[in-house]
Design a binder for this molecule. Structure first.
Ligand SMILES: [Zn+2]
Length: 424
């Protein structure tokens, strides 16, 4: 198929997105389709119906991941997978997740229209509970599939009302019998809105996603001496708050060395036994470090520790840094990213390489099989918001990229042409 670029039917995909957005539609123009609720059940059913109409077989696995399969000519080949999620945030939008699922369906419809067969089967998966809004953690279905979480652990998770995931699966009719783990996969491709402002700001249509960034979380505890706010002269004080404030500004200054890829956030500050007329003696703040490169985040951690130690020493304070959690960098597969890049170039869309700032099912899949993602811009960079929006031409462009990358990976051909080649 090298010289034959394939194209999807943009208006058909848009119509499907519009139809799906009616399920759980909110007054504010968004969607509320929480995992394994009645709305989710209706969304799954509509998607399954469309897949069957496209000639696909449909099933769910033990954790409710919803699969649809288009057969390939090689009965022994592992499938090329596409997917994302149909669940939303409580006040979610019309594109987060559902775009990747319906783009995948449109890829299959377009292959059908063009009478194209593939050597490898093509499967679509809508992963259970990606958003983490009803059950924690987020990306639960893909985590179990990829072996990052056990099935039993997932089934025992409860929502705010104490309903287990297992019970919710049954209530939703989503619990299947196919094993969720140990499934052979050739590769995984996910299309998604960027959920940030970068593509739009740069005027690019497609983000060729190179991977997910590393994340490290710390608690920094600053220790001073509690004393009376009215009787203690300033030069005698060991004030944990002003020490922490100095650390915070120093951290921001030092981390600028790692811009634009390096990110630092202090999201929580807590003063123990705080009182307005007592000098703060025991303060803890959180630090969230992110970078797509593990070596760079190592360096960021060293800088964080050095900055806190020197600011504490200068003020006679104690500073303790506790590491809480790490998620390593997840580079995507070079060959799959290459197929996405080739498709984008051949189609002629303005594009750039981009790192996934948010968590996605693809991050779990990338630790399991060769994986790539395609990003399209979202209006004003907004997501997890009822106003979330994407332009029809971008929706079409991203799906054309997905189509051509997946077709290449799956060994797409028009049967007659293949026969003619074999005869020659
Ligand atoms: Zn999503």
């Amino acid at each position: 198929m090298k010289d034959n670029l394939l194209h999807i039917d943009g208006p058909r995909l848009w119509a499907s997105l519009t139809e799906m957005a009616k399920i759980g539609a909110t007054a504010g123009g968004g969607v509320r389709r929480l995992a394994l609720t009645e709305e989710d059940r209706r969304g799954r059913e509509l998607f399954a119906t469309w897949c069957r109409e496209a000639g696909m077989s449909v099933w769910t696995d033990e954790v409710g991941n919803l699969f649809a399969r288009r057969a390939g000519t090689d009965a022994n080949a592992a499938p090329v997978m596409m997917g994302s999620h149909l669940d939303t945030q409580p006040e979610g939008g019309r594109f987060d997740g559902v775009y990747g699922v319906l783009a995948a369906l449109e890829v299959v419809r377009a292959l059908n229209d063009a009478d194209i067969v593939t050597d490898k089967p093509i499967e679509i998966c809508s992963w259970t509970n990606e958003e983490g809004a009803r059950f924690t953690p987020a990306m639960l279905g893909s985590a179990v599939f990829a072996g990052a979480m056990t099935l039993d652990d997932a089934l025992a998770r409860t929502d705010a009302e104490g309903v287990t995931l297992g019970a919710a699966l049954d209530a939703c009719g989503a619990r299947g019998t196919r094993p969720v783990q140990g499934v052979a996969v050739d590769s995984y491709f996910e299309a998604h809105i960027e959920q940030g402002p970068i593509l739009e700001a740069n005027g690019t249509t497609i983000g060729v996603v190179t991977g997910g960034q590393a994340i490290r979380w710390f608690d920094v505890t600053v220790t001073g001496v509690a004393a009376h706010a009215g009787t203690t002269p300033m030069r005698y004080r060991k004030d944990a708050f002003f020490g922490a404030a100095q650390m915070a500004l120093e951290i921001e200054r030092v981390m600028a060395r790692y811009a634009p890829l390096g990110l630092v956030t202090i999201g929580q500050i807590q003063v123990a036994n705080s009182s307005r007329n007592t000098i703060a003696a025991n303060l803890t703040f959180t630090v969230d470090l992110r970078h797509p490169d593990d070596a760079q985040i190592d360096a960021m951690e060293r800088d964080l520790r050095a900055v806190c130690a020197s600011a504490a020493a200068a003020r006679g304070l104690g500073a303790q840094i506790q590491h809480c959690w790490t998620s390593p960098a997840t580079p995507f597969d070079a060959a799959c990213v290459g197929l996405v890049a080739e498709a984008v170039e051949a189609l002629g869309y303005p594009n750039e390489r981009i790192v996934s700032g948010a968590g996605h099912d693809a991050i779990h899949l990338a630790r399991y099989c060769p994986t790539a993602m395609v990003f399209i811009p979202c209006v004003d960079g907004l997501s997890h918001n009822e106003a979330e929006d994407a332009l029809p031409e971008d929706v079409t462009a991203g799906t054309n990229v997905l189509l051509n990358a997946v077709a290449a990976r799956a060994g797409a051909r028009v049967p007659q042409a293949a026969n003619a080649e074999a005869d020659a």
